[in-house]
Ligand binder design. Structure first.
Ligand code: THU
Length: 157
């Protein structure tokens, strides 16, 4: 038996001001994206923004439905819209933010497993690391690649 471990690195910033200009712009787009949230059931508004290789930013927000599973998270809304709009471009990075009634959580919002799986596939498709910026009111986290938030990615088929 050999014991193995994952070494996951990420950066923590104390505010958006500490981010580089591109990441800050993407984080701000995610915050603006929250305005598109439709969350009459959870009242948890989530915004996301994706940066493409052509520099364009596509926003998304969670969309809920009375038939609960028919709703969709902000991150997948943003990624699917981005891929549909720019089918020949790749995703460079994604930012997300959330909070009850739009009040941004102190700790960064973290993406659900299904959204991580979708991120993983767009990263595989691109062949380059896709970074993720998780925004909170008191701190911001940046992960350089999806492998760091979804080890042992499923991409076998
Ligand atoms: N939600 C997201 O938009 N992204 C996530 O990564 C987790 C959860 C949404 C789904 C639902 O509308 C609300 O937040 C509460 O779960």
């Amino acid at each position: 038996m050999t014991e193995k471990a994952f070494n996951i690195k990420y950066e923590e910033y104390s505010s958006l001001d500490e981010l580089n200009a591109e990441d800050r712009e993407l984080a701000q787009a995610a915050i603006e994206g929250m305005r598109g949230s439709y969350a009459p059931y959870s009242h948890f508004n989530v915004g996301a923004a994706v940066r493409m290789t052509n520099g364009q930013i596509v926003r998304g927000a969670n969309q809920e439905n009375a038939a609960f599973p028919s709703g969709l998270c902000a991150e997948r809304t943003a990624m699917f819209a981005a891929s549909a709009k720019y089918p020949d471009k790749e995703m460079v990075s994604l930012a997300l933010v959330g909070g009850i009634y739009g009040r941004i959580t102190d700790e960064p919002a973290t993406p659900c497993g299904a959204c991580r799986q979708v991120m993983a596939q767009y990263q595989t498709r691109s062949g380059k690391p896709m970074s993720v910026i998780m925004v909170g009111a008191k701190k911001v986290w940046k992960f350089e690649k999806i492998d760091d938030i979804l080890p042992l990615i499923f991409d076998s088929i």
